[in-house]
Design a protein around this ligand. Structure first.
Ligand code: SF4
Length: 322
């Protein structure tokens, strides 16, 4: 495979844009890690973005404080391979240490993780998430497939039984956790049996929403040379099947919180929705609050949802402003 990525493979530092405000957005995004060393067979990122590198811990904290002072009550920590955070730093550190420091110092009201690999969700992280007052009980996991043979072809370093046991552990420790998953359909070699294994696994797991996308070839990656290309019409059909499951799961998960108190960060008005302000709960359920009851946009309120429609909770019942 000949891929010319130039000097990016030598990159040692992360470039952080000096953003201290995201006007018009309640949530702020802070990139604390870039690059990846994993070389999954379908992915061009390690060639394009270079090795994993992290923003020093003190810089992470400093930027979270700045964003909070600029009016953001929620900061989303992002990275290409967030679970690898800190492994390149001297002295070495990790994501959990940053989360603990933010919690201890009360730097921001809410902290959220953008996406994390299933192998990087440690027991300590699960316990911390279950007990934390700052870290949102929400994980977004790039599963990609629920079939162990396809996962091996993708060069992912886990199999279906591992995913299953981790998700049950997560659910047992933090039953209200919102778990989203990315799933790729139509990877080379994904026959009907492999797809069915993915479908069954997802159907069974305590997942609250899905992002489904069809595989598309990236020149220069190993997957290009794999046999067993999947027809576009099969990719489309499989994606539809999983999207339908995703909608049902979103609805069923939201339904669990009718009548239960939730903390919601309220966003601004949407021009096309006259009566409701949208917000997100800590466990990432969209919650619509009757506009006349909303104290102000960009506030965290406690609400009791009354009904659910298309995966969104609705309420006129605000208990108090946090
Ligand atoms: S899919 Fe994710 S983990 Fe795999 S190589 Fe790409 S960025 Fe890295």
């Amino acid at each position: 495979m000949s891929v010319f990525a130039g000097d990016i493979m030598q990159a040692k530092e992360i470039s952080l844009m000096s953003v201290t405000r995201f006007p018009g957005h309640t949530r702020a995004f802070l990139k604390i890690q870039d690059g990846c060393d994993s070389f999954c067979s379908y992915c061009i990122i390690p060639y394009a973005r270079g090795p994993s590198r992290s923003l020093p811990e003190a810089e992470v904290i400093k930027n979270i404080v700045k964003l909070n002072q600029a009016g953001h009550h929620e900061v989303v920590l992002t990275g290409i391979h967030l679970g690898n955070y800190g492994h390149d730093l001297t002295p070495q550190t990790n994501l959990l240490r940053v989360l603990e420091a933010v919690e201890r110092q009360k730097n921001v009201e809410r902290l959220r993780l953008s996406s994390i690999e299933v192998t990087e969700i440690s027991d300590d992280l699960i316990t911390f998430m279950a007990e934390s007052k700052t870290l949102c009980r929400h994980l977004h996991i790039p599963l990609q497939s629920g079939d162990s043979r396809i996962l091996a072809l993708m060069r992912r370093n886990y199999d279906a039984p591992f995913v299953k046991s981790l998700l049950y552990k997560l659910h047992k420790t933090a039953p209200d956790i919102g778990i989203g998953m990315d799933v790729m359909v139509g990877f080379p070699g994904e026959d009907e049996v492999a797809f069915e294994n993915t479908r069954q696994l997802i159907e069974e797991l305590p997942v609250s929403y899905l992002h489904v996308f069809p595989y598309s070839e990236r020149p220069g990656t190993r997957a290009v040379d794999l046999p067993g290309k999947v027809e576009d019409r099969d990719k489309k059909r499989r994606a539809e099947i999983l999207r339908t499951i995703g909608k049902k799961k979103r609805q069923a998960f939201a339904q669990l919180f009718i009548g239960k108190e939730l903390s919601v960060l309220v966003e601004g008005e949407k021009k096309n929705d006259q009566d409701w302000n949208k917000g997100f709960s800590s466990n990432y359920i969209p919650v619509m609050i009757e506009r006349s009851r909303v104290p102000a946009a960009n506030t965290i309120v406690r609400v009791v949802p009354e009904f659910v429609r298309e995966g969104k909770l609705y309420t006129r019942h605000i208990i108090r402003e946090q």
